[in-house]
Design a protein around this ligand. Structure first.
Ligand code: KIV
Ligand code: ZN
Length: 521
């Protein structure tokens, strides 16, 4: 089969907002280092624009965007700003070191948003559009303007705002489906209409930005492209506000696998999709749904006898793309207590991880300890171990030891030793069951008001010596965080997960400026 010719007019810009819209979703907090790791992978995989954060939101966001701007080699680095000059100025300062920089400034244009959120009349909003884009153009030639809640905006007003934004210098026009309300046919017509009716529409690239509230984000994005948009805003694993955003891996592979009916192309190296998915899942502690398209654990698994039989005869019977094409490596390297550092590093590479320095040393020590306790160390064990290593590298509270007395005669009792900012503390507590005793120790050693919203245990592999992977979600005021912990001992895994969530909450407390976040999209 000959490769289809790729014309520049069919090239779709991939704008990744994992670090902004993705990180904004409840519980998906990333540390500074984690954001840098994610940005590096996005840059390597060929993302065209990295939306690195919302610089006015907090000092943490500002420094992350600023550092990503310094380090990124290929992609355009973009920061988000509301229609206020202080937002735009701060954003411009954060992205200043980037070789290629973009300011993304947005304003609501729908009747419901203008009336209740902005409390402004349409003519005031119209003037603000011109002012915000003009201000952003003082700093860079690459300015994106978004009509927030674009799909619920009156078409005449939308066209007027788009025309004004382009006239003021916007080079990309994004029409978001902020509330995940549109349908493919509707979104297609919206882009077609706006592009036909706005006289200067040929001077800007049009962009789709979809939320998945009705499960149509990917279909809607592709429909918008059919209507003439040439930029897709998306996130790894589809993380994002509420039900999430368009999943990068899904739109990219849809265009690749079904190019005869979706005749557009991107610069993404699809063999890095699995690695990016695993990294984002690890740093956010958001598990990837097993049956998730492209990157789910079962995406290439064939269970039924009929399917297995077909696969053995010819893989194309039930496979529309190969696992290798999205970076799934079929490895035959079985790991155990005799495996050395070299084999461990190779296994990590096969699984898509790139660790170095202390992180690699620590992961190897953890692997050896696990192999001493467990006969077979499976790929899933190593993934859980490395994910935890990545997620806990910056933790201020660390578990040093835990012992628990449990059984039929309560009350159960736990003794826990923690290291908090280098200081060792110890506590002994009772509880209504061993998990309760463990969590009571944590509450005594690290007093806090956070509520436990989710406690979930699952086995990483099969067998009674399998590692337990525990997920914990904590919420405090308007902040929600999720963390995972893995260990062959379920109670140790529980303690690690709870402490991981507390560590994330501490980061979030430091970075949130409530007044700056109040009007975020
Ligand atoms: O969903 C939305 O409208 C947004 C904008 C800021 C683009 O995230
Ligand atoms: Zn959004």
């Amino acid at each position: 089969m000959t490769a289809p010719t790729q014309s520049e007019t069919d090239r779709v810009v991939i704008f990744d907002t994992t670090l902004r819209d993705g990180e904004q979703s409840p519980g998906a907090t990333m540390t500074h280092e984690e954001k840098l790791d994610v940005a590096e992978v996005l840059d390597q995989m060929g993302v065209d624009v990295i939306e690195a954060g919302f610089p006015i939101a907090s000092e943490g966001d500002f420094f992350a965007v600023n550092e990503i701007a310094k380090r990124t080699r290929n992609a355009v680095v973009c920061g988000l700003a509301r229609a206020a000059f202080k937002d735009i100025d701060r954003c411009a300062e954060a992205i200043k070191p980037a070789a290629r920089k973009r300011i993304h400034t947005f304003l609501s244009t729908s009747p419901v948003h203008m009336k209740h959120k902005l409390q402004k009349e349409p003519h005031e909003v119209y003037e603000m559009v011109i002012a915000q884009v003009t201000r952003a153009r003082d700093y860079t030639d690459d300015v994106e303007w978004s009509s927030e809640d674009g799909t619920r905006t009156e078409i005449d007003f939308l066209c007027r705002c788009v025309e004004a934004a382009i006239k003021a210098g916007a080079t990309t026009i994004n029409i978001p489906d902020t509330v995940g309300y549109t349908t493919p046919e509707e979104y297609y017509t919206l882009f077609k209409t706006v592009r036909e009716r706005v006289p200067n529409s040929d001077q800007a690239v049009f962009s789709v930005h979809c939320h998945d509230d009705l499960g149509m984000a990917v279909a809607n994005s592709l429909a918008g492209v059919r209507g003439g948009a040439r930029q897709i805003e998306c996130t790894i694993n589809g993380i994002g506000e509420r039900a999430g955003n368009t999943a990068l891996e899904e739109v990219v592979m849809a265009m690749k696998v079904r190019n005869e009916v979706l005749p557009w192309w991107t610069g993404i190296d699809a063999t890095m999709l699995t690695r990016a998915s695993k990294l984002v899942s690890a740093v956010t502690s958001f598990p990837v749904q097993y049956n998730k398209a492209i990157v789910g654990r079962n995406a290439f698994a064939h269970e039924s006898g009929i399917h297995q039989d077909g696969m053995l005869k010819n893989a194309q019977t039930y496979e529309i793309m190969t696992p290798e094409s999205v970076g799934v490596k079929q490895t035959s390297l079985v790991m155990g207590k005799h495996s050395g550092r070299h084999a461990f590093v190779r296994k990590l590479e096969d699984l898509g991880y790139k660790l170095a320095g202390n992180q690699l040393e620590d992961a190897f020590v953890r692997f050896k300890a696990l192999a001493d306790r467990k006969k077979h160390v499976y790929d899933e064990d190593i993934e859980a171990l490395v994910d935890e290593e990545i997620a806990t590298a910056q933790d201020r509270i660390k578990l040093q030891s835990l012992s628990v007395i449990a059984g039929t005669h309560g009350p159960q009792r736990a003794t826990m030793k923690l290291v908090i900012d280098g200081r060792t503390v110890i506590e002994e507590c009772e509880g209504n069951g061993p998990v309760d005793a463990v969590f009571n120790c944590i509450k005594a050693l690290v007093p806090h008001e956070a509520m436990l919203e989710l406690y979930q245990v699952h086995a990483v592999t099969e067998g009674t010596d399998a590692q337990a992977e525990v997920s914990v979600r904590l919420s405090e005021a308007d902040k929600t965080v999720t963390a995972k912990g893995a260990d062959p001992d379920t109670l140790v895994a529980s303690a690690k997960a709870y402490l991981g969530a507390l560590n994330k909450l501490m980061i979030k407390r430091q970075r949130t400026k409530p007044e700056a976040m109040a009007a975020t999209p």
